[in-house]
Design a protein around this ligand. Sequence first.
Ligand code: PEP
Ligand code: MN
Ligand code: NA
Length: 601
Amino acid sequence: MEQIEEENRPMELTRHQELLSWVAAQAALTRPDNIVWIDGSKAQLNALRAQAVSTGELLELNGDKQPGCWLHRTEVSDVARVEGRTFICCEREEDAGPTNHWMAPDEMRALLRPLYDGCMRGRTMYVIPYSMGVVDSPFARYGVELTDSLYVVLSMAIMTRFGRPVLDALGDTGEYVKCLHAKADIDPDRRYIAHFPQDNTIMSVNSDYGGNALLCKKCFSLRIASVQGRSQGWLAEHMLILGVENPRGEVRYLAAAFPSACGKTDLAMLTPPERYRAQGWKIWCVGDDIAWLRVGPDGRLWAMNPENGYLGVIPGVSPKTGPNILATVSRDTLFTNTAQNLDDDTAWWEGLSDTPPRHALDWKGSPWDGALSAEKGAQANARFCSPITNCPCLSPEYENPAGVPISAIVFGGRRAKVAPLVYQSRDWVHGVFAGSIMASETTAAATGKVGVVRRDPMAMLPFCGYNMADYWRHWLEMGALLGDNAPLVFHVNWFRTDGDGKLLWPGFGENLRVLEWMLRRCGGEAEAVESPVGLLPRTEDIDLEGSGVTRTALENLLSIDKALWRDDVADIRAFYARFGGRLPQELEQALHELEAGLNER
Ligand code: PEP
Ligand code: MN
Ligand code: NA
């Protein structure tokens, strides 16, 4: 066997024998020309960035206008997560459940072996030790990703805490999730994102796009962590975390689950409407995508954000709707698949300005005139990757290892009809039901048709690492632990339309008007009225002053169309049926009660 050069002397970085032999075994399989351990030093990152520029993987943007910013273009066939090629490889198919793709672990390993065999020849393998959560804190979990992609290294350096401190925390025997990523030839027909929950292992091949390749994120912090959380008594959720400060200076925290590309980052970094700002309302962002939730020593539910950065959708982010996101991406940001304005070498996307650049390259790198071209300049799922500390409204609690106490859980989907602007669940079990029946129109965040309604329980359909019926059972058990301390649970829909297909609710900063009602409910200071689906605000309970929304529109937004809901009940019943006898009886019962309520006259 030919000698593989190792830079950085791993023995000076770690004496973790099992880690060293795992790295050696993966190198023997993939055959890189050399191996580089990522130690976390600025000098090493700078050198790697320079190298990525020299290979064309990164393009440095205008240092005056977008300082520290870079542009990366993916292959045209590699622009989103591929749910159809994402697998949970546990021993028994029923443990992955009907909503995951499953393959037996041995079969998947056998299938992957030839795809990895020698695939890093002529390339470098980078070893990235990383932490989800503050290094050395009680709830931190560690991973090591091996990759031949500099784009992955430089993105992970934004999204995680990484390098030498993680190896120190691992010590000689610490546990970590084994993550093997190879770009190989980026052939979509041989692309696999495979999870082995029993072995804490993730294997990804033939993609170099965000969620398929940055294995810290969806793969570890949701799919693998959800399995760990089930056995260890906590929850790994696809949720933003934000603090809302009222004019009395009281901060209450919410955790909210929405499907990809439905405005999670917008909500996490919300700018209050003028009137609210004047009164002293403030928003504090703790995280925009992933929450790990536990029952704290005080019996309440506490949430921490395991990430150290944001990987968000950039098209549509505009000075009007997303000033905090714009500030976040204004420096030290790695853009993927935006357009490039050639007049000043800046990243550009639909929404950034009303007049698109005329002299530009589109996301594919082809000449593009924003005034004449029928095509969009940025890919619909173009992304920004920015350090967490860039956010102007970052919560001072963002790296409190204990997290923040959660007063309310919010579920939401993108639905033109059916779901009202907001409703509250009657209790925790009814809240788990509300999460389990979430539905949403599909977006560009995953490959496939956009705009099709699908059920997406807790926004975890693509991210739950085990059988969703067992996952709901776990949620019910968490509720039993929490008892009277359980947060209130709400469901929202910012996307309801009128008869002409026009959005009825302005969304973005105006969503605070709905959060305000929720928080007053948490404080026992607001009214609600019963409906078959749950507790609704009265129209006078939502402050509309300055919103441009009329009382009539709000009545429409809060109305329950029983016929449409009955159709939904039928769809939910069919969805539930896929889980057979594993479906918790409590949810079956809640569905029955919903139906009975809709049939009352
Ligand atoms: C991603 O796919 O890269 C990602 C971050 O996930 P999401 O689709 O939830 O934004
Ligand atoms: Mn997400
Ligand atoms: Na995606």
